[in-house]
Design a protein around this ligand. Structure first.
Ligand code: FMN
Length: 335
């Protein structure tokens, strides 16, 4: 009999521990259906980025204004125009369509810029039917007048405000760029985050040496990127026992999912693998996980979960040591 993969994430009952995190694939209905067929136990829709929806809405109004006012005869010929598939509506329609297309939980994601916008968008997405929300706290803290404490306080306000505005569960997707990450993670949970999604990847700009233009390039992750979220999941698991942890970045195989669960992740998320190889990559992950569990005589993912976290590992301090010295010494010894 194969192992029981069922999992509870943010209080949602999931069929398994692998969710499809936000990507262009989760923004298409055929992509969502393919991911569900491949065994995704939940999907996260692409983030509603406030800057993007504002730009779309502005472009639409400018286009309308350019076409109106030519003369009453011409205006009366213009069709009654609403704003379908643009701006915020595009995201709300996407949630509604996703809910009709798949039976697994649909998680909507927000990245806002203005005070008050986070809760407004979060409320609208929840009303449209999202089963949970993910706050994508993705910003480059480049303002020298803002201290780390200022930035953290703002993030915590956002979490509190959204939590007060919606009834659905709330996950918070974070970058690793905090000077005391364990402290901020605990504060985020206190502020109302039901789950932490660690870690988002920052897409750093590149330079085109021919044109000297700054170019943004999306690059897919490498398996080695899983080490950082693995370390932090291992550390946080026992510190935040009531908080879900979704491990993201570098999860490519069934063995990666087994590692994520072993260090204490509630679920593992995948984007790069499915963007590169299609939804079936997720099926391969689940098959690999199931084979590993059976080979190592685990009855369920629950039995594996957290067995190598900071409190239960054979060497509990291993997560917290910077092991440069050991690694450099061993490299030197090999020379
Ligand atoms: C093309 C692409 C689009 C993405 N869009 C979003 C997004 O809209 N919102 C978000 O929170 N993360 C987004 N991500 C980040 C992924 O959800 C994921 O957290 C990250 O890629 C790390 O996981 P991976 O190693 O499995 O790719 C995107 C990633 C890629 C590659």
């Amino acid at each position: 009999m194969s192992a029981d993969l069922s999992t509870s994430y943010l209080g949602l009952d999931l069929s398994g521990p692998v969710i499809a995190s936000a990507s262009p694939l989760t923004g298409r209905l055929d992509g969502l259906v393919a991911l569900e067929d491949a065994g995704a136990s939940a999907v996260v829709l692409p983030s509603l980025f406030e800057e993007e929806v504002e730009a779309e809405e502005m472009a639409f109004h400018e286009a309308l204004e350019a076409g109106s006012g030519i003369g009453p005869e011409f205006d009366s010929l213009l069709p009654e125009v609403t704003m379908p598939e643009l701006g915020v509506d595009r995201h709300l329609m996407r949630v509604e369509a996703a809910k009709k297309a798949v039976g697994i939980p649909v998680i909507a994601s927000v990245n806002a810029t203005h005070t008050g916008s986070w809760e407004r968008y979060a409320g609208l997405l929840a009303e449209a039917g999202a089963d949970a929300l993910e706050l994508n706290l993705y910003a480059v803290a480049a303002d020298p007048s803002q201290s780390a404490a200022d930035v953290e306080a703002r993030y915590l306000d956002v979490i509190r405000e959204v939590k007060a505005a919606v009834k659905v569960p709330l996950a918070v997707k974070l970058s690793p760029f905090f000077s005391s990450f364990a402290h901020f993670a605990a504060a985020a949970a206190d502020a109302g985050a039901d789950g932490l999604v660690i870690f988002n990847r920052f897409y750093a700009p590149d330079l085109d040496l021919e044109t000297l233009d700054v170019v943004s390039k999306v690059s897919l992750s490498h398996a080695s990127e899983m080490r950082l979220p693995m370390r932090w999941t291992g550390i946080l698991r026992s510190q935040l026992p009531g908080t879900s942890i979704a491990l993201t970045s570098g999860v490519h195989t069934g063995a990666d999912v087994a590692k994520a669960i072993a260090v204490g992740a509630t679920v593992a998320c995948t984007t790069s693998a499915v963007v590169r190889d299609g939804a079936n990559a997720l099926r391969h992950m689940l098959d690999g996980l199931t084979a590993w569990l059976s080979e190592h005589e685990y009855d369920s993912v629950a039995q594996l979960r957290g067995s190598v976290s900071a409190t239960s590992a054979a060497d509990p301090g291993a997560y917290e040591r910077s092991q440069y010295i050991q690694i450099i010494t061993s490299l030197n010894a090999k020379r």
